[in-house]
Design a protein around this ligand. Sequence first.
Ligand code: BDP
Length: 685
Amino acid sequence: MKSSRIKLTLTVIFFALFTSFKISAEDGSRLWLRADTVITPSEVIYRDTGDETLLLAVEELRRYWKGHAVRLVISDARDIRALTSEGFLIEGDSRSGVTITSSTEAGLLYGTHHLLRLQVTGETGGSITVKESPKYALRILNHWDNQDDSVERGYAGSSIWQWQSEQDSTVIALYRNYARANASIGLNGTVLNNVNASPLILSAPILKKVKTIADVLRPYHIKVYLSVNFDSPAALGGLPSSDPLSKDVRQWWKGKVKELYTVIPDFGGFLVKANSEGLPGPQDFGRTHADGANMLAEALAPFGGIVMWRAFVYNPSDEDRAKQAVLEFLPLDGQFSPNVLIQVKNGPVDFQPREPFSPLFGLMKETPLMPELQITQEYLGQSNHLVYLATMWKEFFESDTYVKGEGSSVAEITDGSLVPQKLTGIAGVANTGMDVNWCGHHFAQANWYAFGRLAWNHSLTAEEVADEWIKQTFSNEPDFVAQVSTLMLESRETAVRYMMPLGLHHIFAWEHHYGPEPWTDIPGARTDWMPSYYHRADAEGIGFDRSISGGAVEQYATPLCEKWKDLATCPEKFLLWFHHVPWDYRTKSGKILWDELCYHYDEGVQEVREYQRTWDKMEPYVDAERFRHVQAKLKIQSHDAVWWKDACLLYFQTFSRRIIPYEIERPIYDLDELIENSRPKTVKP
Ligand code: BDP
């Protein structure tokens, strides 16, 4: 009896070990960097200066390059100088040898990763000539990580910085893997902490940890930045105020910055969220955003540091929230110091599944603007929904602002190609956490990947990026690549359909932003946090009329303003963003608005079910663990799509008083039940 129990235990242990070993091989922890190491390394020819970045490039090539010798060359020849310092040239042939040339070691590391990517995606067969320079100089991840290791809007576990733990060899190895992943896609900066920053981030014990992170990231050519709390001089330094024009306050910041650079000589600079959502800022002292930003800029300038000052501001007021950033920032154009960038979210409200571009792009002409994209899917199903964001970001990059005539895309305005800029940059709010696959959903890794690739080169297509990612992350099998790529490319539009079609926005549960709650109305809470503020459904129709005189549409240049202002010419994807539209309005399909809305929701649901069928067919191409994981997530997504459809249609029907124009399956939800279950348990003060 006893011995058989021991036997059983041993068998269990054996199987657990065996299977966990097998599983850990494809648990997603290797991200898109899954190439096997080569048995006989190829020759790597380089001049050993001991530079750590160069040695990382050499190590990558020795481990993974399967072709003939690679030569790494630092050169300042004219054609190399024509590239930016991070640019590179790859020339050669995998059979007779390849040369990577750059003016810097960082360029060689980027070139190395590019070459290895070409190898994995099967493009190193013939001769190779690649010449690349990044479009944006600063390509930065923003981590909304707190010192207690929680992550604001993070859906993949606790903070990868592990603030609460010893920075032992396991933690250092984690930092290293993170840095390598970022370097492989061209990212060169990281803001470690939440924009809702605690003043304690600048305290000595935390700066010690920051230094350790910076030391690990440095060889990967990744700079560390911090979000700072504007009230730090008072809250941390004990000064009576944090007024940016006070001499003592300015001195405090200068001292702090000096201390920072003593510990981290290549520190990048500060990211600041000020006078936004209750955070302190210069306006608390009757000063402007420019006064605040310039004070920090002055402290950072001697060390080459920068300030990324966020334009995400809105206050409870009579003004439409979508207009407020322009109202606050445009008058300050031209007043910011040369080392300040204004960091602007892609849309004027808040990372919705679809928004028009923020009108600050193009309007603010004298100040470098840095787009802020959100990789973490706060409003896009978090880590449960498969939503590939590159298509959304491409829509944003390619949006024509018309401010310099036709062809003034957001991308060309911000990357300095249309209007020369002193500084160029782009930020992405990270989706990483301690989950073994880093991002919660295997397909959410694609968004981290795509952010890096598009920050490097926004003219890549969403399809090219998806192809690269699929081949590296899963398989080169053409059938698999084709089907999964189609699914990814459609996925964002699908999410828009089952969540907020036709320009609807912000009808989420107001705190967690996961599910639908178009009915929420909490007495005493801010109206601009309530869905009804945005959808404005009533007996006549639905949508936010921003086409009125003085409305948000007027913040856009001619001819966009005129086009969007007119219901007849406004693209239907923005219909309810700019107009309050009667329920019986005839849409382009010939259906009335109510019916059109119903069909969009239903199509969204049907499309997710189609993704489930597609994925089921992919089983032969995918390892069992990742296959099942994605399958399970799609099931949740499919369930949520029906939840969205039922919630929105049942609720809006109470206004439209029309029938749903197709035969519906019995709704899985009842409106009263939906409302009852969604009542917030706690209310923010
Ligand atoms: C909103 C998030 C909130 C962030 C804020 C911001 O809900 O958690 O703090 O944006 O960007 O999207 O500052």
